[in-house]
Design a protein around this ligand. Structure first.
Ligand SMILES: [Zn+2]
Length: 391
């Protein structure tokens, strides 16, 4: 199969190209070139996307497939009362919505045990339609810690943490997720106390390393991020309360940073809070944006995670996060790389995320030019997952 692209943004961060052709074979990109480069394939027979832009299928590095972005607190609380069967059906729908929106790979970073793994297998066996799923299975927190109520694995002390890590590996987790702080308290403007001790973080990282599993840390405050980086985690989630020195420390570490700005902005617009909380949220969001701006300017490895499932964050809306990255100083080409090529490296899926020969034919065809308007990523013409059209 030969495809003609109007504009090609290959996900590597390099300059876009016009008038390219792609050949696909057995679900992979066989070659990228110009008209006449493809022996045996006639340019006239190419699938004509010359009016559109082609880029790699998007990668959302931080989602919760079991949950939708319900913003009303009462309705959200009601979701916790539903049966696990109902939750799983909703999760299957969320996976389908994700893929239809052009997201061909996700990293699921916490949900009820076994659910995201069942989804992953169902997608692989073609029982369901959905993105490729990398998952941590259950997130590990202290007893009563962050998100424990959403199927988290509570563990206290290095020995129990070692066991909790092994349980996730046994179940099939590709990542280990640890919760180091709570949600940001918008009234006080802080992340509360550290939940795990440094020894416990080290235990998690060391044990995960033995099984070749990277660790992702939910961490908002300076202390949590510094301890996580010192212990050697590969991915920092949120980091909403960093200071300049912590951003610089993050920049100089090998770790990736998914700042997940989208849920903060969505919460800001929903009006479910008291005036005092709303003011605190505005301050936290403004600070977070300033630190992300600093990280972008310094060249920190910032990747696109929407926290889909968080209040107000629907599945598949990566364009929101990328729009914010661009507002904070990232070039559109870099922003796209943060949700494609760079994201693929970050989460360890090196066979996708860029449009080059030999990679999976995970592609997004859009109507518009995201270099001029990043939100044109919403105008989806077609999504290919391993060469198969979804729409
Ligand atoms: Zn999350």
């Amino acid at each position: 199969m030969l495809i003609k692209a109007g504009l090609l943004i290959d996900g590597t961060g390099s300059a876009p190209r016009q008038g390219c052709y792609l050949s696909l074979e057995n679900g992979k990109i066989a070659a990228v070139g110009r008209e006449g480069d493809f022996a045996g394939l006639e340019a006239e027979q190419a699938l004509d996307y010359s009016a559109y832009t082609i880029l790699p299928g998007l990668i959302d590095v931080h989602v919760h497939l079991f949950l939708e972005g319900i913003s009303d607190p009462k309705a959200r609380a009601g979701r916790w009362q539903e049966t696990k069967e109902m939750t799983l059906l909703r999760a299957a729908n969320n996976a389908a919505v994700t893929l239809k929106n052009g997201v061909t790979t996700v990293r699921d970073l916490a949900g009820p045990g076994g659910m995201s793994l069942a989804l992953k297998q169902a997608v692989e066996k073609k029982v369901l339609t959905g993105p490729r799923i990398m998952t941590c299975n259950r997130a590990i927190s202290i007893t009563g810690g962050h998100f424990h109520y959403a199927g988290g694995r509570e563990a206290d002390g290095p020995d129990e943490i070692v066991k909790a890590v092994r349980e996730q590996v046994k179940a099939g987790a590709a990542w280990i997720k640890i919760m180091l702080t709570g949600s940001v308290n918008f009234e006080t403007g802080n992340a509360g106390p550290m939940e795990f001790s440094f020894r416990e973080i080290q235990a998690a990282v060391t044990e995960a390393e033995r099984f070749n599993r990277p660790v992702s840390a939910h961490a908002n405050g300076v202390q949590a991020v510094r301890q996580a980086l010192t212990a050697g985690v590969q991915s920092i989630e949120h980091g909403a309360l960093l200071d300049e020195a912590a951003v610089d420390f993050l920049r100089s570490s090998p770790a990736y940073w998914a700042p997940t700005l989208t849920p903060f902005l969505q919460m800001l617009h929903q009006g479910h809070f008291s005036p005092q909380t709303q003011t605190g949220l505005e301050q936290v969001y403004a600070h977070h944006c300033a630190m992300v701006r600093r990280g972008i300017a310094a060249g920190a490895k910032i990747i696109a995670g929407t926290d889909a499932g968080a209040p107000g964050v629907q599945h598949g809306e990566v364009w929101r996060e990328l729009g914010l990255f661009v507002e904070l100083g990232m070039s559109p080409v870099q922003a796209i790389a943060s949700a494609t090529g760079l994201a693929a490296k970050a989460i360890g899926v090196t066979d996708t995320g860029v449009v080059t020969a030999g990679k999976n034919a995970d592609l997004l065809v859009i109507d518009g030019n995201p270099l001029g308007d990043i939100q044109s990523l919403r105008h989806i013409v077609q999504v290919y997952k391993k060469g198969v059209g979804i729409i």
